[in-house]
Design a protein around this ligand. Structure first.
Ligand code: PXP
Length: 250
C-alpha cells in the first residue's frame, strides 16, 4: 500500500456503478475498480447502497465483501432494511447518511440532534456487531455533540458547502466554510471523536481540508471516477494521494 501520511483515503466507487447501470449490463465493474484503487494506494473502499439502488446494488455489496482485502465503508440511511443488510455483512465500517429519494447526491448532513434516541438505538446493534459507526454531519457543534452523546466513535464532516463555494468562486463563503470545518474538526477531536471528511472534494479544493491535523480520513468518489476517464483510475488516485500527502506535510 502506498499510504505515506496519517491521512487515509477512502475511494468511493458508487459512480462506477452509475456508469454500468446506464446500460444495465455488467461493465464497468465496481469490484474491479475497488481492486485497482487498492493497488493505487487507497486505504479503504466506500460504497453507498441507496434505497432506490440507483448505483451500487445488493449484489455489489456482496461481491465487495467477498473480494476486498481493504476495509469496506458501507454508507447507508438509517432504515431497518439497511440495518439488516449491514448486520448480515458486518462491513468494517458503517457510515449513516441522510437520504432523500429525489436528491441527486447526499445534500446535507444527518439531523442527529432531533433524532438522538432513535439513532442511538439504531447504531447500537451495528457497534455490537463490530462495525465502526460514523455519522455524516454538517460542521455544526449541536450535531457533533449529539453524535457524541449517541455513542458514535466517528463523525464524517460534510465538505459539500465548502467545495461548492470554492467551485463557484464565492471567496467569503468558502473561507467561512473552511473556518467552520477547522473549528468543528478541533471541537470533535476534543470530545474524543475520530474525524473524517468528504463530499465534493477535488484536486483543487482538497488541500486545506487535508491539512487539518484532526482529520484522519477523506472519502472521495465522484471527482476521482470522473478524472479516471482522462487519467485512468490509478493515476487519478495517485494524484489525489500526492496532493493529500503534500498538504499534510506542510
Ligand atoms: N462521504 C459521504 C458520507 C458521502 O455520502 C459521499 C457521497 O456519496 C462522499 C463522502 C463522497 O462524495 P463525492 O462523491 O462527492 O466525492
Amino acid at each position: 500500500m502506498m499510504t505515506s501520511s496519517n491521512l487515509r483515503l477512502g475511494v468511493n466507487i458508487d459512480h462506477v456503478a452509475t456508469v454500468r447501470n446506464a446500460r444495465g449490463g455488467m461493465t464497468p465493474d465496481p469490484v474491479r475498480a475497488a481492486k485497482l484503487a487498492e493497488q493505487a494506494g487507497a486505504d479503504g473502499i466506500t460504497a453507498h447502497l441507496r434505497e432506490d439502488r440507483r448505483h451500487i446494488s445488493d449484489a455489489d455489496i456482496e461481491a465487495l465483501m467477498d473480494a476486498l482485502t481493504l476495509p469496506l465503508n458501507f454508507e447507508m440511511a438509517a432504515t431497518d432494511e439497511m440495518q439488516a443488510i449491514a448486520l448480515r455483512h458486518k462491513p468494517h465500517a458503517v457510515c449513516i447518511v441522510p437520504e432523500k429519494r429525489e436528491e441527486r447526491t447526499t445534500e446535507g448532513g444527518l439531523e442527529v440532534a432531533r433524532e438522538e434516541n432513535k439513532l442511538a438505538h439504531f447504531i447500537a446493534p451495528l457497534a455490537e456487531a463490530g462495525c465502526r459507526v460514523s455519522i455524516f454531519i454538517a460542521a455544526d457543534q449541536r450535531q457533533i455533540e449529539a453524535a457524541h452523546r449517541i455513542g458514535a466513535p466517528v463523525i464524517e464532516l460534510h465538505t459539500g458547502a465548502y467545495c461548492d463555494a470554492f467551485a463557484e468562486n464565492r471567496t467569503e463563503d468558502c473561507a467561512a466554510e473552511l473556518t467552520r470545518l477547522t473549528e468543528m474538526a478541533a471541537f470533535a477531536q476534543d470530545l474524543g471523536l475520530e474525524v473524517h471528511a468528504g463530499h465534493g472534494l477535488t484536486y483543487d479544493c482538497v488541500t486545506p481540508i487535508a491539512a487539518l491535523p484532526q482529520i484522519q480520513e477523506l472519502n472521495i468518489g465522484h471527482f476521482l471516477i470522473g478524472e479516471a476517464i482522462f487519467l485512468g483510475l490509478q493515476s487519478a488516485i495517485h494524484e489525489m494521494r500526492r496532493i493529500m500527502d503534500a498538504a499534510r506535510a506542510q
